[in-house]
Design a protein around this ligand. Structure first.
Ligand code: PMP
Ligand code: GLN
Length: 388
């Protein structure tokens, strides 16, 4: 966040991608694919540009995309969303998160997230003047393939009448965990009891490996207090297009739009119909993308285990969390700084996703991205084997 001299520190992703560029190491730090997604989506963007879709679209989003988002929620989750009033297109999930938090968190309001959590959450909560409360995802290192566990009593204790917003992220970055029904249902119960909003970041909704994604908005009692956020970036391997969205009851869309209009006003006109095309593609396209990613996960898991890491097998997403302690590293941040020289690979320390006061439980953990070509993951695995 802010350094003592008031300067803004670079995010861990910028720092690690710069390190990869400087050293020529394989970048398994920042999560972005190294292959293009569906040709239909890319062609649709080219076509839109050729057709002159190049000026400001409506601030709330191009109608064709809002229709496609509403249809997607109905098709995959049975959710009834009004395209005209309950959908807002944003500059990636990032802007949806930023505008939502700036619109709904005032000085002193408490925001509950799990921990570790995507680094943008803490930064945005701090910027809004909010107080960040966390619920730990527990890593039990005694198991070979640990599951991340939520202690429901810890969740209960974190949510109070001071809680303005519970920020959920499932599938989860960095752990790749998919929160169980018991956890999701308890979150809804607590939000209702304490009159809190639920904000759910579901950018990895389609990238699951044999575990179904359940949107929290589908749980009875949730919908009227839930802002659901997603993005075309992950689903269609177009992270650089920055087309995201949220769906929520109309009054919440209105309050977030009030902030969004002065952040970006509108977003990438030709990319909006292209993402709409993507959302309308057959189920097989979504499933094939997840299956291909799952195979990549397995390549990197095998590589990390062969190199001596203890690996938490992710159920979803782009990332594997691996424990470097068996290799003799008790500090993942130190390892990540040395890794380009020692092994020609870049990873991100999980400590970047954890508050400074609570580092100890996550200190030896490193996050590696597996959304890369199989040959790249194979090469990274051979290089990591040098660590042992
Ligand atoms: N939330 C999570 C959990 C993410 O991992 C990311 C990006 N990797 C984002 C939000 C940001 O998404 P976008 O690129 O669509 O802004
Ligand atoms: N979400 C991606 C990650 O976690 C990209 C993050 C970023 O560039 N801010 O790596």
């Amino acid at each position: 966040l802010l350094a003592a001299d008031g300067s803004i520190a670079a995010t861990i992703f910028a720092e690690m991608s710069a390190l990869a560029q400087r050293t020529g190491a394989i970048n398994l730090g920042q999560g972005f694919p190294d292959e293009d997604g569906p040709a239909e989506v890319l062609d649709a963007a080219r076509q839109a540009i050729a057709d002159g879709v190049n000026q400001y679209p409506p601030g709330i989003g191009a109608p064709v995309l809002r229709e496609a988002i509403a249809a997607h929620q109905a098709r995959w989750y049975g959710l009834d969303v009004d395209a005209a009033s309950e959908v807002l297109v944003t500059a990636g999930a990032t802007e949806a998160l930023a505008a939502t938090i700036l619109a709904h968190v005032d000085t002193g309001d408490e925001v509950v997230t799990f921990e570790p959590s995507y680094d943008g959450y803490a930064a945005l909560i701090a910027r809004a003047g909010g107080v960040h409360r966390t619920v730990p995802l527990h890593w039990p290192p005694e198991q070979h393939r640990p599951d991340w566990r939520v202690d429901l009593a810890e969740l209960d204790a974190a949510v109070t009448d001071r809680t303005r917003l519970i920020l959920v992220n499932s599938p989860h970055n960095p752990t790749g965990a998919v929160l169980g029904d018991d956890v999701l249902e308890r979150i809804v119960e607590l939000a209702v009891r304490h009159d809190a909003l639920i904000v759910t970041d579901e950018v990895y909704e389609h990238l699951t490996f044999g575990v179904a994604h359940r949107p929290i908005a589908a749980i009875p009692g949730a919908r009227e207090r839930t802002i659901s956020i997603s993005s075309g970036g992950k689903t269609f391997a177009t992270t650089g297009w920055k087309i995201g969205w949220l769906t929520a009851p109309a009054h919440l869309v209105t309050s977030v739009l009030a902030v969004k209009q002065y952040l970006t006003y509108v977003n990438g006109a030709p990319f909006q119909p292209a993402i709409a095309t993507g959302l309308g593609l057959p189920d097989t396209v979504f499933k094939d993308a997840a299956a291909s990613l799952r195979a990549k996960r397995d390549v990197l898991t095998a590589g990390l285990e062969a190199a001596g890491f203890t690996v938490s097998l992710p159920d979803a997403g782009y990332f594997i969390v691996a424990d470097a302690a068996p290799l003799g590293y008790d500090d993942g941040a130190v390892l990540c700084r040395e890794l380009p020289d020692r092994a020609g690979v870049v990873g991100v320390p999980v400590s970047a996703f954890v508050h400074a006061d609570r580092q100890h439980a996550y200190r030896s953990l490193v996050r590696f991205a597996f959304c890369k070509r199989r040959d790249v993951l194979g090469e990274a695995s051979s290089r990591l084997a040098r660590l042992g």
